[in-house]
Design a protein around this ligand. Structure first.
Ligand code: ATP
Ligand code: FE
Length: 354
């Protein structure tokens, strides 16, 4: 099966063509970021994002088809992110996909953006079910036991901020560029991890839930403490604050992953596997902490390449193929949803009016 995928739920406009038979092959993956459009505002402005998606979607689809060397006659379906995300952006993508489906007669498949992230290790490595997934991105942080293309058991997650959001806020607090993750990671690499010991929220409580807003406040206090004492921040202060923050983040994610593994391993999976996805999965020290843990527990560790960790349309095309293989697709009543928890992925929820 060969699918076109369309993604426009946040600040990346993306289109891709994926072919999947026994293995899966990404024929093309075009991602147009918008970081420059939002830079002046210190965060994604939904209205600007939506307009930019409308302007770029056609072009991204054209380029993805050209790079893949396919025409609509070569496709078996069109998959589009139908949520969750910024509603204006999601709508732009859904409208385009409906138009293309109407014009070509190709099946339309609405995809949950989070399912796209969560199924990525199947696209990259053909991973079998069930596996444990830590989805850790700009807007989300959750542990999922993935039992099937539409079967997700959420066993814990953040009760406030997402880690990516925390990285972005810390960067803002310290005057570093957005997106904050890579900037904070680069500073932390040169910092002293022992100088600022940050709290590790919720580690004293059982379960896999996490909290990161207190960590952000702790960095703010530490920063203000240094400024009050010395009138400003040196390069070393900034590096040490980043190192303290990232170390606490990695420690929390590692400990909570340890507990999530306990829950997952109880189900006695034939080939125990743990995968991470989402933009924060790009962070090397966090990746390393989780990989070490998995090796110690004899659990296979998978981390998709960076360009497939962050938002892209290849994961949407692939998730669309997986859904379509189950016999599921949508009609023109497919609606864009700002919120769409993954453990409610029942087909009837996709706005098909059934
Ligand atoms: P969601 O998928 O939840 O809707 P999103 O699409 O904004 O959110 P992604 O594109 O998956 O999220 O990831 C972007 C986030 O990942 C940003 O918050 C960014 O700071 C963070 N990030 C990227 N690289 C790194 C890194 N090296 N270390 C830590 N965080 C990172
Ligand atoms: Fe995402």
């Amino acid at each position: 099966l060969t699918f076109l995928g369309i993604e426009s739920s946040c600040d990346d406009t993306a289109a891709a063509v994926v072919r999947s038979g026994t293995g899966a092959e990404i024929l093309s993956s075009v991602v147009e970021g918008q970081v420059n459009l939002h830079a002046a505002f210190g965060g994604v402005v939904p209205e600007i994002a939506a307009r930019a998606h409308v302007e770029r979607l056609d072009f991204c689809v054209e380029r993805a088809m050209a790079e893949a060397g396919v025409t609509f006659a070569d496709l078996d379906g069109i998959a589009v992110t139908a949520g969750p995300g910024l509603i204006g952006g999601v709508l732009s993508g859904v409208m385009l996909a409906k138009g293309l489906s109407a014009g070509t007669g190709l099946p339309l498949v609405g995809v949950n953006h989070l399912a796209g992230h969560a199924l990525t290790p199947r696209l990259t490595d053909g991973l079998g079910f069930p596996y444990l997934m830590l989805l850790v991105s700009g807007g989300h942080c959750q542990f999922l036991i993935v039992d099937g293309p539409e079967e997700f058991r959420r066993i814990g997650g953040t009760i406030d901020d997402a880690p990516g959001e925390a990285f972005d806020k810390i960067a803002k607090l310290l005057g570093l560029p957005q997106p904050g993750g890579p900037a904070v990671e680069a500073e932390a690499a040169r910092g002293n991890t022992a100088r600022f010991v940050m709290p590790r929220p919720l580690l004293d409580r059982p379960g896999c839930d996490m909290s990161f807003s207190g960590l952000k406040t702790a960095v703010l206090r530490a920063r203000d403490g240094v400024i009050a004492q010395r009138g400003g921040l040196t390069v070393a202060d900034r590096q040490d604050l980043c190192a303290g923050f990232q170390t606490a983040m990695a420690a929390v994610l590692q400990e909570k992953t340890r507990r999530a593994l306990d829950v997952y391993l109880e189900s006695d999976p034939p080939v125990p596997a743990f995968a991470i996805a989402g933009g924060v999965a790009a962070n090397q020290p966090i990746r390393a902490a989780l990989e070490t843990l998995c090796h110690a527990r004899a659990v296979r560790f998978l981390a998709p390449p960076l360009r497939l960790c962050t938002d892209n349309a290849a994961m949407i095309a692939f998730a669309g193929i997986e859904r379509f293989r189950l016999g599921h697709h949508d009609d023109f009543t497919l609606s864009a949803r700002p919120r769409w928890p993954l453990d409610q992925t029942a087909p009837a929820m996709i706005g098909s009016g059934k």
